[in-house]
Design a protein around this ligand. Structure first.
Ligand SMILES: NC(=O)c1ccc[n+]([C@@H]2O[C@H](COP(=O)([O-])OP(=O)(O)OC[C@H]3O[C@@H](n4cnc5c(N)ncnc54)[C@H](O)[C@@H]3O)[C@@H](O)[C@H]2O)c1
Ligand SMILES: N[C@@H](CCO)C(=O)O
Ligand code: NA
Length: 430
């Protein structure tokens, strides 16, 4: 039976995501009420610029005082779509203290302070949901936390940043320049307020920390995630990748060690074969593979950024939190019982594509091969192209540890015949 007294929702932030949340709450009001069992009412909207006209939002609801809004005491659910660490963190904990559960899309905050926020929610008996924080519209947090709760996840690998996938896709498919593609991604509402978070891999690293924590039931901090952005990927790298039947994607990879005793989490650009499903993930779409003991391989695919897709995930959480509230239930909190150590990047094992500028004279190839052998890195293929006494040497290795590869590259740099290391790129998905 439908409860007539509405559940009250406070919206913090009315930008790309917040404005879409408000729109869908209005246009889908009847369906939301039927699915929840009570109407949901937008009771206040905290903004920074109150003079801006916001279609569909009653100006009487708009306030610049987010703190007063979350302290009102009659708010059932706070939706935080401001972003950043402060004031978002304090607003969320204040909301818990004043009776509200929270839905957030804020991966930066959850990766940094997720444990403390979960503890604050548990202490006050509130819910903290954040499906929108990872891979936009794609249901990923809930499948990991709930659907796969009976299985053992060993690996999570995928594209979790829409902006960088959009840029890399444009660079590869149209030859667009980096800046031009970034400007377009920003205009489309995909990029973070400071797009450095996207292109330098911070956003994907935050998502990797969240995913690894949930997948492996262990606490993974942002600092535990090895991070390399995509700003140094060049047209020449794409040409090399094409030569190998590959393309380049910014990947997030979270893995349980073979002995199960530790985990790793990393974000970096990587070559993947064109035949791999991730190679065909275009624009701001995301795709994530989850590998587990019993289920095997699962693939989650869909829009990873943008106002409406992200709002879809926020609204799903809103319905879940409201249902919990009406049913007197609570969602799951943090699950970190496994307490596995997070190993450093040096222990990660993968393949590498290394491009060297070398002198084109007898014995160079043998010299280079010896350095690889001395570091225990086995070579799969070598391709040499010479011009005017100089040559470019492309070496693809078999699987080796990152520590061994870094040692190899350091030693190569000391050779007189090696003029420079043009690029090092990991090769994944084979
Ligand atoms: N845009 C996306 O595709 C996307 C996808 C997933 C998650 N997210 C996350 O959602 C959140 C919001 O992203 P967005 O793209 O909507 O950003 P945005 O910059 O478009 O919107 C944020 C809004 O919050 C307002 N704001 C800032 N401080 C405020 C304060 N103290 N009180 C009230 N309002 C304040 C800003 O004026 C702005 O309008 C971020 O955490 C982001 O990481 C965004
Ligand atoms: N800036 C983020 C938004 C979605 O989390 C991205 O491009 O993926
Ligand atoms: Na999601």
């Amino acid at each position: 039976m439908m409860r007539t007294r509405p559940l009250k929702v406070a919206l913090l932030g009315c930008g790309v995501v917040g404005s879409e949340v408000a729109r869908i709450m209005t246009t889908h009001a009847d369906d939301l009420a039927a699915r929840i069992g009570a109407p949901v009412e937008l009771a206040g909207v905290a903004v920074r610029r109150p003079d801006r006209v916001r279609a569909g939002i009653d100006p009487a609801l708009v306030t610049t005082d987010a703190t007063a809004l979350v302290k009102r005491g009659d708010i059932d659910v706070v939706i935080e779509v401001i972003g950043g660490i402060e004031p978002a963190r304090t607003l969320i904990t204040t909301a818990f203290e004043h009776g509200a559960s929270v839905v957030s899309a804020n991966k930066a905050l959850l990766a940094q302070d997720g444990a403390a926020l979960h503890a604050a929610a548990a202490e006050q008996g509130r819910d903290l949901y954040y499906e929108a924080a990872v891979a936009g519209a794609i249901p990923l947090i809930r499948p990991l936390r709930e659907s796969l709760a009976g299985d053992k996840v060993n690996r999570v690998l995928g594209i979790v940043n829409g902006t960088t996938n959009f840029i890399l896709d444009k660079m590869d498919s149209t030859g667009a320049g980096y800046q031009e593609a970034l400007d377009e991604a920003t205009a489309l509402g995909y990029a973070e307020a400071d797009p450095t978070a996207d292109v330098e891999g911070f956003d994907a690293a935050a998502k990797a920390a969240i995913l690894a924590g949930i997948a492996f039931h262990t606490r993974v901090r942002l600092d535990d995630v090895h991070r390399e952005g995509m700003t140094e990927v060049t047209a020449a790298d794409f040409a090399s990748a094409r030569g190998m039947g590959c393309t380049i994607k910014l990947l997030a990879i979270c893995e349980r060690a073979v002995d199960g005793a530790s985990v790793t989490a990393r974000v970096h650009p990587a070559m993947i074969p064109l035949s791999h499903p991730l190679a065909n993930v275009r624009g701001a779409y995301n795709a994530v593979f989850v590998e587990s003991d019993a289920a095997g391989q699962l693939m989650f695919y869909g829009p990873g950024a943008g106002g409406a897709p992200t709002a879809s995930a926020v609204l799903g959480d809103l319905v879940a939190v409201c249902r919990n509230k009406l049913g007197g239930a609570h969602g799951f909190g943090e699950s970190a019982y496994a307490a596995l150590p997070v190993s450093s990047m040096g222990e990660v094992v993968t393949r590498y594509h290394i491009s060297l500028d070398v002198a084109d004279k007898p014995g160079v190839l043998a010299q280079v091969a010896t350095v690889f052998a001395e570091h225990g890195v086995s070579i799969d293929t070598v391709r040499q192209q010479g011009k005017d006494g100089e040559a470019s040497l492309v070496v693809v290795t078999h699987r080796a540890s990152d520590a061994a590869l870094q040692g190899t590259v350091e030693a190569l740099r000391t050779l007189d015949t090696v003029r420079g290391v043009a690029s090092i790129m990991r090769v994944e998905g084979e």
